[in-house]
Design a protein around this ligand. Structure first.
Ligand code: SF4
Ligand code: SF4
Length: 445
């Protein structure tokens, strides 16, 4: 189906999806899992197990620490050997449970399977919360919060995000090809929770096989009413606000949320996980992760358990044939470079990207030459070049006035900049300084 709107800005990086033809493989068990208790925005989960406890796969390890929080479940059976802190992909310390696998992978009693057609929206929503669902890419908002819009924000459209515009990542693509029924059923469950009639799945045109397969299932009559919108390849087509505009023509206001324009956006991975949580009573302890890059012996897509280390994930991909010059958590546009491989796969680890020395551009950043290319590339219509100079001089108030908080950290500005200025890092720094000062002002009230 034709998409509605072409968003402003954006760029066309090489999509680098070399693992798109690799079927999903189950990652083998490893000896040790380090399971962070904060894999989401909001309060960390509170442990309900102690050192020395024996646990089973899917057993609750930690309960949600508040409404904006999510419970955490065991990725396999074994013994809790420590409750400590661990290094997260963004270099921060996270509270964590350390599990030594017993190699048996014995499952705990699942939550009772539900017939979603006959279950109430409230019961379905509770199941999503109990299963520990969080957004599966980026900021990882607890899904239950996204599915609880206030009464004064009526929702009429559910958008399932199957765009996967981030170069190199193919986990969502493989999921749509190999488990289309879970994606479609999950979408119907979310629509029932929200009371929404219109369900649209947005997919970029570089996945024609997934578009054809989902359309075929919908036309066969099993999933009546779900629309597929094939979208032009343009990064960041999968960013929430750009996706909403492309599909509905509605613009989320500055500082606003999708619910302000009657929309909720969920990733296709979340839909599949919701379908499993409801239909099979399975909590969220594994996900599909793309492990990709030229230094690897082979790139692919793995069903990885939460808590497996990046080092183990790289080993299961056959190891490396040359030392990577950089390892990135996520993709090349929005991911974070990591400085240790002893960090765990989390609920939002969509990919691990290895880059060789020859793939890294050798340059140093220079002064802004006022060419304006960053403005042209910015899908949020910001002025990253001008803000960057203000941020370098610690004039955060100016950056705030110029709407730096609307930055979605997509990286289009840095990609476009001939002076190789670290524009995204500047935006991230300003956003974190401004957010901290807003929190401090709020606490003083
Ligand atoms: S300023 Fe932010 S939103 Fe704009 S291009 Fe740069 S990273 Fe993307
Ligand atoms: S693209 Fe780079 S050099 Fe050009 S205006 Fe933006 S920051 Fe300056």
């Amino acid at each position: 189906m034709f998409s509605f709107g072409k968003f402003y800005g954006g760029v066309h990086p090489d999509d680098g999806k070399i693992a798109s033809g690799s079927a999903i493989e189950d990652a083998p068990l490893v000896e040790r899992y380090v399971i962070p208790l904060r894999q989401h925005i909001g309060a960390p989960a509170s442990p309900v197990v102690a050192k020395g406890d024996k646990v089973l796969r899917g057993q609750l390890l930690a309960q949600a620490g508040g409404f904006v929080s999510a419970p955490v479940h065991s990725p396999t059976s074994g013994k809790i050997v420590d409750i400590t802190t661990c290094l997260g992909p963004m270099g921060n310390q996270l509270p964590a449970v350390v599990l030594e696998s017993d190699g048996e992978d014995q499952a705990a009693e699942p939550m009772p399977p539900m017939d979603w057609h006959n279950a109430s929206p409230a019961d379905l929503k509770k199941r999503v919360g109990d299963a520990g669902l969080v957004g599966m890419g980026g900021a990882s908002f607890p899904t239950i919060v996204k599915l609880s819009p206030p009464a004064d924000k009526p929702i009429d459209t559910l958008i399932m995000n199957g765009v996967e515009c981030e170069p190199c990542l193919t986990a969502d693509h493989r999921l749509m090809l190999e488990h289309p029924d879970r994606v479609l059923t999950g979408a119907e469950i979310v629509a029932k929770i929200l009371g929404v009639k219109r369900i649209v799945i947005g997919i970029e045109r570089n996945k024609p096989d997934a578009i054809a397969l989902l359309n075929k299932l919908i036309k066969a009559g099993d999933y009546k009413g779900i629309e597929i919108h094939d979208l032009p390849m343009r990064y960041p087509q999968g960013a929430e606000k750009q996706l909403i505009f492309a599909i509905t023509g509605r613009q989320v206001p500055s500082g606003g949320l999708p619910m302000d324009v009657g929309c909720v956006v969920q990733n296709v991975g979340s839909a599949a996980t919701i379908a499993e949580a409801v239909g099979a009573g399975k909590p969220f302890y594994e996900r599909i992760t793309t492990v990709v890059g030229t230094p690897l012996v082979r790139s692919g897509n793995w069903r990885t358990r939460v808590g497996m280390s990046y080092k183990d994930a790289i080993t299961l991909a056959g190891g490396v044939k040359e030392d990577p010059a950089k390892v990135i958590s996520g993709g090349p546009m929005m991911g974070f470079s990591v400085y240790s491989l002893d960090i765990p796969i989390m609920k939002n680890t969509s990919g691990i990207l290895l880059l060789s020395a020859s793939e890294l551009s050798q340059y140093s950043s220079g002064a802004c030459i006022r060419c304006g290319r960053c403005n042209d590339g910015c899908p949020m219509s910001l002025t990253p070049g001008l803000m960057s100079v203000q941020i370098e001089n610690e004039h955060y108030d100016m950056a705030e006035k110029w709407h730096v908080m609307d930055c979605i950290e997509c990286g289009c500005c840095a990609y476009s900049c001939p002076a190789h200025r670290p524009l995204v890092q500047h935006m991230r720094r300003a956003k974190s300084v401004i957010a901290a000062s807003r929190r401090a002002a709020e606490n003083k009230k």
